[in-house]
Design a protein around this ligand. Structure first.
Ligand SMILES: [Zn+2]
Ligand SMILES: [Zn+2]
Length: 291
């Protein structure tokens, strides 16, 4: 299971919705996707531990997605962080942080490593190309598949000895009476969940291909239908829904909602006509993503 926290679901200018920030958690792993202005304040006020964040992934360097980052990193420094922080993002992110730190007289007292992909025992994170008006990328977050014992089969065959189970789980053959049990017959692969976050984007093929079959797609839905979103490199709710349908995603979160909308009923209606499993997350809501 992966937990997704919608910290800031607005876009462009702040409204009752905060600027883009999404937290993905899996056991001890914690990843922040985008870091608009105010992100650390929202997190701290709501007891979300900023020190636990291992990886911050920035989609692009428009102010609403990145201006909260220098201050968040500085607070981590002030709280005497020692653990390494991984960063992902466009090429210019490094320079942006370097200049920000220089001009605010800050030197991080903990290691920061820029990476193009990230993988540990629990999750894998890869960027994919998005179609915005500046260099931009989205992120595909995948829970690593796990291998478990086929409990149903064990039950059917009356195998209850935990020592036998331990051997089988460890990939070893076990002799039980006359029978030799092969571990591969008693192991099942549990597929990990997958989610894709686009940041700001027009509907485009690389998003559709990268988000193929994801359990959750967080897609730019800045405007309702009737506005030419292409002028700003964004998408409407119907365009987001078409991408989700094409990609055969399981669920679609409409995000980066423009501050002009006080209500999202219309936007949601438009999206659901095309992709029924659409929803508009509220700030500070969260989702347990399971297969
Ligand atoms: Zn934006
Ligand atoms: Zn943008």
């Amino acid at each position: 299971m992966i937990k997704v926290y919608f910290i800031g679901t607005g876009g462009g200018a702040p409204s009752r919705r905060g600027l883009p920030a999404y937290l993905v958690k899996k056991d001890g792993f914690s990843m922040l996707m985008d870091c608009g202005e105010g992100t650390q304040i929202t997190m701290i006020k709501n007891s979300i531990n900023i020190m636990r964040v291992n990886l911050i992934a920035i989609t692009h360097l428009h102010a609403d997605h990145v201006l909260g980052l220098p201050s968040l990193i500085q607070t981590m420094g002030m709280y005497d962080r020692k653990e390494k922080l991984y960063l992902m993002g466009p090429e210019s992110l490094k320079e942006f942080l370097k200049v920000s730190f220089e001009h605010t007289y800050f030197r991080p007292g903990f290691p920061i490593e820029f990476v193009s992909t990230y993988e540990d025992k629990k999750v894998r994170v890869r960027p994919f190309k998005t179609c915005h008006v500046v260099p931009s990328q989205g992120f595909l977050v995948e829970e690593i598949d796990s291998i478990n014992l086929d409990v149903e089969r064990l039950k059917r065959e009356g195998i209850t000895d935990w020592r036998v189970m331990r051997e089988l789980k460890g990939g070893r053959e076990v002799k039980v009476g006359e029978r030799t049990l092969k571990s591969e017959d008693y192991l099942v692969v549990k597929r990990g969940v997958r989610l894709a976050y686009t940041g700001d984007t027009r509907p485009c093929d690389s998003v559709i291909n990268s988000a193929k079959g994801v359990d959750l797609l967080l897609h730019d839905s800045t405007f309702e239908d009737g506005i030419d979103a292409s002028e700003y490199g964004h998408s409407t709710s119907s365009e987001a829904a078409l991408v989700a349908r094409e990609a055969e995603a399981r669920r679609l979160a409409l995000i980066h909602i423009s501050s002009r909308y006080k209500k999202t009923d219309e936007m949601l209606k438009q999206a659901r006509k095309i992709f029924p499993m659409s929803f508009v997350p509220e700030d500070l809501s969260f989702l347990n993503l399971r297969v």
